[in-house]
Write a protein that binds this ligand. Structure first.
Ligand code: KGT
Length: 275
């Protein structure tokens, strides 16, 4: 079963982003992938807080998601994608990760639980909590044609407990739609993705935003698929163009590894508490 991970540079033009994501969905299907993984904030990367609020709707009214549901159905492919979602309180949103099945139906929603409030010297200052509410729960592990998927988003990658909790709930694949900053990406992106894959013995699929979104904001790219041994199976080219990388998800390899090196059974919950 083939997975396709996507990478592109979203702007504040939802129409343009829709066109790019549609193109990636038909290309992924042509290449034989059963599921396409798109980045965090695929609907838009805005230029201001005000613009974020004005472009954000609830999931039902999202033109972007409507388009993605249709693309999934037309191309007979599952889609994982990150979008902005209006919350109940005014001027508050959720950073939401959605899974759409090949019939075009939303089968899972996960609202990012760790917010990126970071101020790094000579580096990025981003205060996600100025627009976004923390999600309330871990999110289900969702069956898909590729295997059981644990949904996460971007900065969640830094909190190993979340990945371990999803492995304990049966995850075979962890997925991190992302928009990593260049500075943190260069230092941490691949290392964190491979560490999560190795310690939980899951496949890790990480779609990524790439390039200059607007004068103030750029992303690191390097979307990739990692296997449970920590090998990078495929990685997008950082060419400036929207791109895909494809790899097989071999659950038999994973099962063998989990039997041969049963790290989850070796945990010492008698010494440190179970999650
Ligand atoms: O802004 C939006 O519209 C969408 N949200 C994002 O891009 C989020 C919050 S600013 N980005 C991250 O979490 C980057 C994490 C990161 O770079 C790290 O952990 O190093």
């Amino acid at each position: 079963m083939l997975a396709a991970v996507g990478q592109f540079c979203a702007t504040s033009s939802v129409a343009l982003n829709r066109q790019i994501c549609n193109g990636l969905a038909s290309k992924a299907a042509l290449l034989g992938a059963k599921m396409l993984f798109l980045p965090e904030a695929s609907d838009f990367i805005s230029e201001s807080k005000e613009q974020t609020f004005s472009l954000t709707t609830n999931l039902t009214d999202s033109v972007f998601l409507g388009d993605m549901k249709q693309a999934a159905k037309q191309n007979n492919i599952w889609v994982s994608v990150g979008v902005h979602e209006k919350a109940k309180s005014p001027n508050q949103i959720y950073n939401t990760h959605v899974i759409i099945d090949a019939l075009g139906e939303i089968v899972a929603e996960y609202r990012k639980i760790h917010l990126f409030d970071v101020d790094i010297k000579n580096g990025p200052r981003l205060m996600e909590s100025e627009t976004t509410l923390k999600g309330p729960s871990l999110g289900k592990v969702v069956p898909s044609p590729l295997g059981k998927i644990g949904l996460q988003t971007c900065y969640d990658l830094r909190f190993a407990e979340q990945s371990i909790a999803q492995r304990q709930r049966g995850a075979e694949i962890l997925t991190f739609p992302s928009a990593f900053t260049i500075k943190t990406g260069e230092a941490h992106w691949e290392i964190l993705l491979r560490a999560r894959a190795i310690e939980t013995q899951t496949f890790v699929i990480a779609a990524a935003q790439v390039g200059q979104h607007n004068p103030k904001r750029a992303s690191y790219g390097h979307a990739m698929i990692v296997d449970p041994w920590g090998t990078v199976l495929a990685q997008c080219e950082n060419s400036g163009e929207p791109s895909l990388a494809i790899a097989p998800i071999d659950l038999t390899f994973q099962q063998t590894l989990r039997v041969q090196m049963p790290v989850m059974e070796h945990r010492r919950h008698d010494i440190y508490p179970a999650l």
